[in-house]
Design a protein around this ligand. Structure first.
Ligand code: SAM
Ligand code: SF4
Length: 442
């Protein structure tokens, strides 16, 4: 390898899954002798780990790739690599290269683990390397990881998705569901706890279907119970749950151990049964409410967060009002809200009745205002309470430490000591809208 190429910078778009994949790319680059650069200007290799779930993420990535043209002119040795789910779309690599001929490597979601081989190959050739294989992918164990989110550690339990929600591109770019072996996951978790990680977040597009493709009878409820039984003080979180597979067994598993956070991410997408059917979600409004009710019956204080989309094709004002009434009923502890984005190749992109942008914008603003109001009311109820939080980071703008309680609520507090990675007790003194201010209690 050329000795002067030694610093990397990774730009990540999208969700926790992608953040963790960037940790793998960073791990591979570190194993090759690279160190982290301060920014793209001081890097010898810049990797874009892209996302194509919504159009705006794609646009941002393309804008940022374009912005590197100048840098590449100044430094001919700079390597620019683009990977992630954007590049996995059919014919996308070629069109990307025609817009940005200065890209050096384009790699698909199934080529990530081979990044070392790709980079080594690229360093010995001039022309752009395009490696986007179109298999359903397989499972690689032992990829090095340079973790960036201590005291939390992300752990993949499965890859891909079989659900084909009609709006979603994920099944096309991530392949079919593949579960990791239970023992490999448990060993990774044990090792992380030994290393001092205090929170483990299990990742999968639909964690509740973990094990369906394995022949040993493993399922997600058993998996979380086994992980929670590992010695040591830590929190266990997971995402994402699919309501259709969110069984009573799952709910009792969450209730069974204090290490499993009483905080469930259960994306509803819409409160209208008609829209849910068009989305191919395999549940209706009543079923979702039934799952919420059961969860609250078994774990009354359980926090529930969600994903909601507005402006799906054929969504009428009445359908949107169904979403609003469901949000009020659910009293969600947080919601990621999205305007439907038309994705080429998906069933919904061909549907009649695409919704005007102005209508969608009005709906999303109404939804965001409602959810903010719900969260403010929930925050007010915290004042005066004592809560245990896991200190995650120091916020240099606010000049204080920050951490979350088990329900995911963010608390800011001051301390003379570095408490990152420690569980501490705080008394909540006031609210700052969504977040809380607290005082440390000895
Ligand atoms: N697998 C998870 C599930 O089923 O809930 C979510 C994965 S997806 C990365 C995260 C969220 O992005 C989805 O819950 C959905 O709300 C949103 N999303 C997916 N496709 C979208 C699209 N075409 N337009 C807008 N939002 C979309
Ligand atoms: Fe996309 Fe649906 Fe799969 Fe989630 S479950 S990744 S929304 S297809």
């Amino acid at each position: 390898m050329d000795n002067c190429i030694k610093r990397y910078f990774i730009i990540t778009y999208g969700c926790q899954m992608n953040i963790h994949e960037s940790e793998k790319i960073a791990g591979i680059l570190t194993s090759m002798g690279y160190t982290l650069a301060e920014n793209e200007k001081t890097a010898d290799i810049v990797v874009f780990n892209t996302c194509c779930i919504r159009e705006n993420a794609e646009d941002r990535a393309e804008g940022n790739i374009g912005a590197l043209k100048k840098l590449k002119k100044q430094n001919k040795n700079l390597i620019i690599a683009v990977g992630g789910c954007m590049t996995q779309q059919p014919n996308f690599a070629i069109s990307l290269l025609s817009k940005f001929p200065f890209i050096d490597i384009i790699f698909g979601t199934h080529n990530l683990e081979n990044f070392k081989e790709l980079l080594t190959k690229k360093l010995s050739q001039k022309k752009t390397l395009i490696e986007v294989i179109e298999t359903d992918g397989c499972i690689y164990e032992g990829t090095p990881k340079k973790r960036t989110s201590y005291p939390n550690a992300w752990v993949n339990i499965m890859y891909g998705c079989n659900n084909f929600c009609t709006y979603c591109i994920v099944p096309y770019v991530r392949g079919r569901e593949r579960s990791r072996k239970k023992q490999d996951i448990i060993n990774e978790c044990k090792d992380l706890i030994k290393q001092g990680y205090k929170e483990i977040t299990l990742l999968g597009q639909n964690v509740n279907s973990y094990g369906n493709d394995l022949e040993d009878g493993s399922n997600f409820a058993d998996l979380i119970k086994e992980i929670a039984n590992i010695d040591g003080k830590f929190r266990l979180r997971f995402m994402t749950n699919h309501p259709k597979d969110f069984t009573d067994e799952m709910i009792y598993a969450i209730a069974s151990n204090d290490k499993i956070c009483k905080c469930v991410h259960l994306p509803v997408q819409s409160g209208s049964s008609k829209v849910l059917d068009l989305m191919n979600r395999h549940y209706d409004r009543e079923y979702y409410i039934n799952r919420l009710d059961k969860l609250k019956e078994v774990i009354p204080n359980c926090a529930v967060t969600t994903d909601i989309m507005v402006g799906f094709p054929q969504e009428t004002d009445d359908d949107f009002l169904d979403t609003i009434s469901l949000v009020k009923y659910a009293d969600f502890n947080g919601a990621f809200t999205f305007v439907y984005s038309r994705r080429n190749g998906t069933v919904a992109s061909e549907m009649q009745g695409q919704i005007e942008e102005t209508v969608s914008q009005k709906r999303i603003m109404t939804l965001i205002d409602l959810q903010n109001e719900i969260n403010r009311k929930q925050s007010d109820k915290y004042v005066g309470k004592t809560v245990e939080i896991l200190c995650e980071d120091f916020d240099s703008k606010k000049n204080c430490y920050m951490g979350r309680d088990e329900f995911g609520k963010m608390v800011y507090f001051t301390s003379d000591k570095n408490l990152i990675g420690e569980f501490v007790m705080t008394k909540i003194t006031k609210t700052g809208g969504m977040s809380l201010m607290g005082e440390l209690i000895d």
